[in-house]
Design a protein around this ligand. Structure first.
Ligand SMILES: NC(=O)c1ccc[n+]([C@@H]2O[C@H](COP(=O)([O-])OP(=O)(O)OC[C@H]3O[C@@H](n4cnc5c(N)ncnc54)[C@H](OP(=O)(O)O)[C@@H]3O)[C@@H](O)[C@H]2O)c1
Length: 400
């Protein structure tokens, strides 16, 4: 359709005034106006999700869309129309859907990586890329039933047979402890931890440890897991030092900017149910993860431990993260798919942070689109990080 309409000027040139000429021109204008509106929707979407959109990229997209509209109105510019449509769609795909690829990836042959939640979504592609670089990958997943087939698929596609599943349920402190005990028994050291697992709950639910589910899975259990694994990371012998990579979310910025920071009053108490909303608690749990990172970086530096700790936003990806949503909403995934990343392109920033030479020596960073944007983050209350850390110590009975 686009093709036919775009080439309508050629019909004119070769066949004289086509009886459809008027309709083609109207269609061209309609298409250009739609693409301009589409560009505006994408920009709005990124703005609403607090996603970084470099000004240069926005200017480029809008200029292209405006030029397209102009060329559809001006008969003398009709010839540009098909080319402009292609350039706009390609630019849009490069910026919004694909994003920058991870750069200068290290060889990971002698390294052991723990990756959580990699039986689904972004985690699968992250594990595949890390396995592809040669690492021994421990897939820390909730159940073998869903993780084993993924492990087999990764082994088949990468040819790396050192990919295995060890069960880990972040919704249970007992499971996290059992997991770390097993890793201690089997490995002398590990070189990387990618905390990717995450959950979004539409309603208020509690774990077996009586904490709100998102807060425990996305934050508290991550603390417990890291405290269990840091002794093994300390024994890593890789030259640049081991890395902890935390998959966060831009939603934490909302918690910071709109909810006045970390909500100590409600996040850990049954009272939270009264103020519960998915957006609020998800954002709070990811803000907790950011504060955890901040304090961890400070404490590691104080102790002179060389572990790089960075966090990131993977972008917006249509994935199973919305599994808890009403099924009719999940049926409309195809509607937002064109303005979202795929699981593969959504894994790019995680892989970049976990394995790029460019990230060597960086700690405490916040990455989006494979770029360190730490400076662009909202300013947190510095005392909150220490206060949360103390709470995490008490809740999990575990210290660094
Ligand atoms: N999708 C997005 O647009 C987006 C945006 C920003 C940030 N993120 C973050 O990206 C990460 C990956 O999300 P995704 O989009 O790939 O979603 P996903 O497909 O739902 O993957 C989430 C993974 O976390 C695991 N998980 C959930 N609860 C767990 C628990 N209690 N114990 C252990 N593992 C658990 C899931 O395992 P099961 O299959 O067993 O449940 C799954 O493997 C999450 O941290 C998410 O918050 C996603």
């Amino acid at each position: 359709m686009l093709f036919v309409c775009g080439f309508s000027p050629f019909f004119k040139v070769f066949y004289g005034i086509s009886p459809f000429a008027f309709q083609f021109r109207q269609l061209n204008i309609f298409l250009s106006a739609s693409l301009l509106a589409f560009t505006a929707v994408v920009t709005l979407f990124r703005w609403l999700t607090f996603e970084w959109f470099p000004k240069g990229e926005a200017v480029m997209l809008f200029s292209l869309a405006a030029l397209l509209l102009y060329s559809s109105v001006k008969p003398s510019c009709h010839i540009l129309f098909p080319g402009l449509i292609c350039v706009l769609l390609y630019t849009f795909w490069r910026i919004q859907v694909r994003g920058p690829k991870p750069r200068k990836l290290l060889e990971l042959q002698d390294q052991v990586f723990v990756i959580t939640g990699c039986n689904s979504g972004i985690g699968v592609e992250t594990a595949r890329s890390i396995a592809d670089r040669g690492a021994h990958v421990i897939m820390a997943c909730r159940t073998r039933k869903t993780a084993d087939p993924v492990a087999r698929d990764i082994i088949a596609s990468t040819g790396n047979s050192r990919v295995e599943v060890v069960e880990l349920d972040l919704g249970s402190f007992a499971s996290v402890r059992k997991f770390t005990e097993e890793i201690h028994k089997r490995f002398e050291s590990i070189d990387g931890v990618i905390s990717n697992a995450g959950v979004m709950k539409l309603g208020y639910t509690e774990t077996v440890d009586r904490l709100e589910t998102m807060m425990q899975v996305n934050c508290v259990s991550v603390y417990l897991l890291l405290m269990g694994l840091i002794p093994l990371l300390c024994k890593s012998k890789i030259p640049g030092g081991p890395r902890i990579t935390l998959v966060g979310s831009n939603m934490h910025k909302r918690a910071c900017l709109e909810q006045g920071g970390f909500d100590f009053e409600n996040n850990f108490s049954a009272k939270g149910e009264d103020v519960f909303s998915m957006v609020r608690f998800y954002g709070q749990s990811k803000l907790g993860l950011e504060l955890l990172k901040k304090e961890l970086v400070r404490r590691l530096e104080l102790k002179g431990i060389n572990i790089q700790v960075n966090s990131l936003n993977p972008g917006t990806i249509v994935s199973n993260i919305s599994r808890d949503f009403p099924s009719f909403l999940n049926k409309f995934h195809w509607l937002i798919q064109p303005i979202n990343k795929t699981a593969k392109t959504g894994s790019y920033t995680t892989v970049h942070v976990a394995a790029s030479q460019e990230v060597e020596g960086i700690t405490g960073g916040w990455f989006e689109h494979c770029t360190n944007l730490k400076q662009a983050l909202p300013v947190y209350d510095t005392d909150d990080a220490a206060k949360l850390w103390a709470l995490l110590e008490t809740k999990t009975n575990m210290v660094l």
